[in-house]
Design a protein around this ligand. Structure first.
Ligand code: GDP
Length: 284
């Protein structure tokens, strides 16, 4: 079977091959350390993983060591709420807009209807870009002018979904983490208003992280998590980086389910994250 993870982690695997050209049945601790550091797994995590391993490590031991990082609380149950309301969070440039188009594509592919809410009213370009994706995918979008209250977009999008019997509401949010301190208040208000439009909404707050940022994206994730609480993670742009090991650091630090991995720039370029396939690919 064609392994999509192999494609996504191609650059990471090339980097690993430089330090461990012919992986034998058993590798030494030093070799395992080189492999993990080369893939950009955070140093402290590497040292912790090595502590519990023998001097010579076989494939099963290496697999068990890496997979242990993903033993966080099981993925939360899919809510069967209709509409299912999710907010997409993350810093500008992380890939939020693209990811929203990918989610919309995926839901449509599963026979579900979708509506988008252009909740990053801070950037005119964000509204335009999301509107273009909506047109391309043939999904409705609620958008206002730049500078308008994003909470109104949230409310109107959910109301519209209820009125039209739409399955999925996907709401974009602003990502100016480093320039505006009132982002926190804005996001909290959006969440409050979502709850007013529909009991229990938003059902999911998904954080989009740029996989090419390696471990530095962890700090962003923590900041957003402290601000509003995050339910799960989507990692983008792993196709373009040799830092694929950062997935391990992210999972270890944040103890949150990683839901999807971005594999390119098109709406169909996103796969469900599977920890065992990921670990096997790193070790191949
Ligand atoms: P936003 O500012 O967070 O909304 O980011 P965008 O969605 O505009 O994405 C920023 C850039 O990253 C764009 O050029 C996207 O095409 C690109 N991008 C997003 N996700 C991926 C991905 O998974 N793989 C690759 N190769 N590029 C991506």
């Amino acid at each position: 079977m064609f392994n999509l993870f192999k494609k996504v982690l191609g650059k990471t695997n090339e980097a690993i091959k430089e330090v461990a050209p012919n992986k034998k049945k058993e590798i030494s601790k030093d070799e395992f350390e080189d492999i993990l550091l080369e893939a950009d797994v955070n140093y402290e995590l590497v040292e912790r993983l090595l502590e519990d391993l023998p001097e010579n490590i076989n494939r099963v031991q290496a697999f068990n060591s890496l997979i242990s990082v993903f033993q966080y609380k099981a993925d939360w149950k899919e809510s069967d709420a209709k509409p299912f309301v999710e907010m997409i969070i993350g810093v500008n440039g992380a890939g939020k807009t693209t990811t929203i188009s990918k989610l919309a594509y995926r839901y449509q592919d599963h026979g579900k209807s979708v509506i988008l809410g252009a909740g990053d009213t801070f950037r005119a370009a964000a509204i335009e870009q999301l509107s273009r994706w909506a047109a391309k995918l043939g999904v409705p979008i609620v958008a206002t002018q730049q500078g308008h209250d994003p909470s109104a977009v949230v409310y109107d999008t959910i109301e519209s979904a209820k009125a039209k019997g739409i399955d999925h509401v996907i709401i974009d949010t602003a990502g100016r983490l480093h320039t505006q301190t009132n982002l926190s208040e804005e996001l909290k208000k959006m969440i409050r208003v979502a709850g007013k439009a529909m009991d229990g909404a938003p059902h999911r707050k998904m954080l989009v992280l740029d996989g090419t940022q390696g471990n530095s994206s962890i700090n962003q994730a923590k900041a957003f998590n402290e601000m509003i609480g995050i339910d799960g993670i989507i990692i983008t742009k792993l196709d373009g980086t040799a830092k694929g090991g950062s997935v391990l650091s992210i999972a270890d630090e944040l103890k949150m389910p990683i839901w999807y991995i971005g594999t390119g720039e098109q709406p169909s370029d996103m796969i469900r994250f599977k920890a065992n396939e990921y670990v096997n690919t790193i070790l191949d």
